[in-house]
Design a protein around this ligand. Structure first.
Ligand SMILES: C[S@@+](CC[C@H](N)C(=O)[O-])C[C@H]1O[C@@H](n2cnc3c(N)ncnc32)[C@H](O)[C@@H]1O
Length: 336
């Protein structure tokens, strides 16, 4: 899930960078939105081409220091905001000619290694998992939500087969003392009966908690909606995703808006059957063997992109209804 690392060298490695460059053609200039700035791999590559401008966002304020170098070198062509991409529409971009909006989902190497964020099961101490601009932590989730709610989070966001047993054990154990990262890993290890030698037994539960704490489903859905709004005709929306839930959402969003039923309320009636998006490549683009060898975590990356065919700001989509069952689970957080 960690997208951009070369573990041996402790270096940052932007996934599918060449493929992205060939899709967005920065050599012809234009304004690009990098929704997941991270350590600036995509942004700096784009700024390397003259006549480009980058608006970069990241929810993690620790990425600000990475942005200072670009600000210094490309003062008039680079803007950085500590903002969640679901709020892209607050940037007042309605009249900007945005050539592409890019999402590289997941976490950077720096975040996974950050001792305070405790995103990984190797971490020690109180559960956290906040990426930035969060309202609650993984400790609140594990120690305060109901058993049934925990079970659903594990089942739907982690696809964990033993969700019920793990949730029930957590609720029993937390009556004795609050559960921290080490206790949670121990509970999972000793509860699970099904062994999988390929992944750590806590991988799925930790994925589920990261998604829930960072409201990744709601973020992605509103990110996609708002990215599509701010693009002009022929603008491109690109998403690199790292797990099946994200990919399912992206695939559905692109496909549903590229079928006959996509209708903008601002389209003239006679044009109402026109598609809003065009998908050029039906199958996702995957990293090459060479890239995977250089950066093994890139093996789970999938890139999908679509081109906006009409100049409409507002449009209709059923994505919120389609994934309501997941959004409803994220909304358990309202009581925290
Ligand atoms: C995989 S890293 C991106 C790496 C980047 N492409 C690069 O080349 O350096 C993902 C970044 O997206 C940020 N992020 C994740 N969800 C976000 C959201 N909803 N809004 C804004 N930033 C987000 C994370 O904080 C992290 O820095």
């Amino acid at each position: 899930m960690c997208a951009t690392i070369i573990p041996e060298k402790h270096m940052h490695y932007p996934v599918l960078l060449n493929e992205i460059v060939s899709i967005i053609s920065p050599q012809y200039g234009g304004t690009f939105i990098d929704c997941t700035f991270g350590q600036g791999g995509y942004s700096s590559k784009i700024l390397g081409y003259s006549n480009t401008k980058v608006i970069a966002l990241d929810r993690d304020k620790d990425t600000l220091k990475e942005s200072l170098y670009l600000k210094k070198n490309f003062e008039n062509r680079f803007i950085y905001k500590n903002l969640k991409f679901s709020q892209l529409n607050n940037l007042k971009l309605k009249n900007e000619n945005i050539k592409a909006v890019i999402f590289d989902l997941g976490y950077s190497f720096t975040q996974i290694k950050d001792k305070k964020k405790r995103l990984s099961f190797d971490a020690k101490g109180e559960l956290n998992m906040k990426m930035g601009l969060n309202d609650f932590s993984a400790s609140d989730v594990i120690n305060r939500l109901d058993e049934k709610e925990l079970e659903k989070i594990f089942k739907f966001f982690g696809e964990e087969k033993e969700s019920k047993k793990i949730a029930s054990r957590i609720v029993r154990e937390r009556k004795k003392k609050p559960i921290n990262t080490e206790n949670l890993v121990k509970i999972i290890k000793t509860t699970k009966k099904i062994k999988n030698n390929k992944i750590h037994s806590a991988t799925k539960i930790f994925q589920a908690l990261r998604i829930f704490v960072n409201k990744e489903i709601t973020e992605l859905i509103y990110g996609l909606i708002n990215a599509t709004k701010v693009l002009k005709e022929d603008g491109i929306i690109i998403v690199v995703s790292f797990h099946s839930i994200e990919d399912k959402i992206v695939k559905y969003f692109f496909k549903s808006l590229s079928e006959e039923k996509s209708v903008s309320r601002y389209m003239p009636k006679t044009d109402s059957k026109k598609n809003l998006l065009t998908i050029i490549e039906k199958k996702p683009i995957l990293p090459s063997q060479k890239e995977i060898k250089k950066n093994p975590p890139s093996r789970s990356a999938k890139l999908r992109y679509a081109i906006k065919k009409h100049n409409f700001y507002d449009f209709e989509t059923d994505i919120l209804e389609k994934f309501k069952y997941l959004i409803d689970i994220e909304n358990y957080s309202k009581k925290l």
